[in-house]
Design a protein around this ligand. Structure first.
Ligand SMILES: CC(C)(COP(=O)(O)OP(=O)(O)OC[C@H]1O[C@@H](n2cnc3c(N)ncnc32)[C@H](O)[C@@H]1OP(=O)(O)O)[C@@H](O)C(=O)NCCC(=O)NCCS
Length: 130
């Protein structure tokens, strides 16, 4: 239930437009990518759409800087009836330190499968028939 080893769901370079008043990367930018990365993982379980119901235990462990290449890794932790819980781990390769790999943020995000009318639908486990 994990994306392939070392294969991030999203990999992106941070730009000056992404900064906060301190000149480091705005936490909301990181949260937005976390939400997208987790949704990519959650979409693998058969629901026509997934919506985010909660973001928990978000920890900003280290700042992210302009020029850092930031990777968002996903790990599906729990499958419920309609919900999918995804841990998203965010790691930065520092602009000034090519090859570096710094844990900067992690979070647990819960998605719910919904149909075209945004009504909840049961998710499909890998063993379930298509
Ligand atoms: C997501 C939504 C469809 C859930 O509807 P609901 O009737 O409140 O759903 P329920 O209380 O029955 O919970 C549905 C599932 O979500 C889980 N869930 C609900 N709130 C949760 C929370 N705060 N934390 C973790 N899981 C939660 C429930 O445990 C349940 O899981 P299960 O079916 O696997 O047992 C509805 O709240 C909604 O549309 N929210 C807005 C979503 C949105 O706009 N997101 C932002 C943009 S994507």
């Amino acid at each position: 239930m994990t994306t392939p080893p070392q294969m991030p769901a999203i990999r992106v370079a941070m730009m000056p437009k992404d900064t906060n008043a301190h000149g480091t990367i705005f936490g909301g930018v990181i949260l937005s990518y976390i939400d997208q990365a987790g949704a990519f993982a959650a979409r693998a379980f058969g629901a026509p759409k997934v919506v985010t119901v909660s973001m928990k235990e978000v920890q900003f462990r280290q700042p992210v800087y302009v020029g850092d290449i930031v990777s968002f890794y996903t790990d599906v932790e729990r499958l419920g009836n309609t919900s999918i819980t995804v841990r998203v781990t965010v790691r930065a390769e520092r602009y000034r330190s090519p090859g570096s790999d710094v844990l900067v943020t992690d979070a647990e995000v819960v998605y719910v499968g919904v149909d075209e009318n945004f009504n909840k639908v049961p998710i499909r486990r890998p063993a379930d028939p298509a």
